[in-house]
Design a protein around this ligand. Structure first.
Ligand SMILES: [Zn+2]
Length: 189
């Protein structure tokens, strides 16, 4: 079994886990972080809530996601779901590319869902665009456009890792943002 190892952002303790769906455990075999901000928040403590150890990148991801949600709420912009139809085209796009974008729009939700579910199914390893194209048998343009829209919507993130494609270029490995299932900083965040 492969053990993932990192450091807790809050208590600086060495933390480990065997799968990204599991909580981090410190060397004292506790998943509860006493230095987590929740530990200083009277309300959750009274409800006997538990505060997870979190890595630096998890904390960054939670803040980014929170910012995205707040921004969407403030602007009244509709917060998209994974399966929503999305096509992003440049404001300078020619009418031909607008027309082809309109043509694929009704299918983009299912492509987004397919990409997302594929990555979820192997989130520890993640997927590059190139690997997604191979698995989903989709065109580069379709796959990378839908994958990009999922990144902009906050569903996928750069894992910080890369893998080579057949042309020996380094490609970003994408993983889902909600691997950080303990995504709380304070009670409702
Ligand atoms: Zn901790």
């Amino acid at each position: 079994m492969k053990i993932m190892e990192d450091k807790c952002y809050w208590c600086s303790t060495r933390i480990t886990r065997t799968h990204s769906n599991m909580s981090w455990i410190c060397d004292y075999e506790s998943s509860n972080c006493e230095n987590h901000p929740v530990a200083y928040n009277v309300n959750p403590v009274l409800r006997e809530d538990w505060a997870p150890h979190q890595t630096e990148s998890e904390v960054h991801e939670i803040i980014k996601r929170y910012y995205y949600v707040i921004k969407s709420q403030k602007s009244g912009k509709y917060l998209r779901e994974v399966g929503d139809n999305v096509v992003m085209i440049s404001s300078k796009a020619k009418s031909t590319s607008r027309k082809s974008a309109e043509k694929i729009l009704p299918h983009t939700g299912s492509i987004r869902r397919l990409i997302y579910d594929t990555i979820v199914s192997n989130n520890d390893r993640g997927y590059t665009d190139y690997e997604l194209e191979a698995v989903l048998k989709g065109s580069h343009q379709t796959v990378s456009a839908s994958r990009r829209s999922l990144v902009l919507d906050g569903f996928l993130i750069d894992s910080g890792k890369t893998r080579k494609n057949k042309n020996d270029n380094d490609c970003i490995v994408w993983v889902t943002a909600n691997q950080f299932s303990n995504g709380m900083l304070f009670a409702n965040v």
